[in-house]
Design a protein around this ligand. Structure first.
Ligand code: 5GP
Ligand code: MG
Length: 176
């Protein structure tokens, strides 16, 4: 990896997550239920949860697994539920967390599913937002970084299952 495809360094991500946690802690209940979308959000959720703790919050955590891109760079456009939340979430305030919002289909699917279950309210949070790619309108409450239409990986986000282990975020498909 060279500097040419580094998008966000480890330090840059950490600083932004600390700020995001401040906004979330101000705007949501102390015991907010974080619902992370797997697999891409697992590193982000882990860091966000601890940043929230440092801001005096005590978040609860659940994960939901939606279908992925497979080995491609383009989404199939169809979202499937691969793994559900085990607990009753009626009456809870939810913070729905994803790694990247692209077409908006995954987030829209998850919001619809959670709403059917009688939650009190849902706010959304994504580390990365690509608004130029949006096909379905979704409310974005907390966004880490707004980015161009580039394909990224690292910090839990994969390209064909590679790069999840990187502590930083790179643009894939540029000279490595
Ligand atoms: P959407 O349903 O909004 O089109 O896509 C959301 C999901 O697509 C994200 O949660 C992420 O898993 C995947 N995705 C979108 N853009 C990228 C990207 O640039 N790189 C990778 N690795 N995955 C992406
Ligand atoms: Mg994802």
């Amino acid at each position: 990896m060279t500097d040419t495809n580094l998008l966000f360094s480890e330090e840059h991500i950490a600083r932004r997550i600390d700020e995001l946690a401040g906004e979330i802690a101000k705007g949501m209940p102390r015991d907010v239920l974080i619902v992370g979308l797997l697999k891409g959000s697992f590193v982000f959720v882990a860091d966000l949860m601890r940043a929230l703790h440092r801001r005096g919050a005590a978040p609860r955590i659940e994960f939901m697994r939606l279908s992925s891109y497979g080995l491609e760079m383009a989404s199939s456009g169809e979202v499937h539920l691969l793994g559900d939340i085990p607990t009753d979430i009626s009456g809870r305030e939810i913070l729905l967390v994803d790694d990247i919002v692209d077409t908006g289909r995954s987030l829209a699917y998850a919001i619809a599913l959670l709403k059917q279950r009688g939650v009190l309210g849902i706010r959304t949070c994504a580390l990365l937002d690509k608004p130029s790619r949006r096909e379905v309108e979704v409310p974005m409450d907390f966004v880490g970084f707004t980015i161009e239409d580039v394909f990224v990986a690292g910090y839990g986000i994969d390209y064909a299952e590679r790069y999840r282990d990187l502590p930083h975020i790179i643009v894939v498909g540029q000279a490595e």
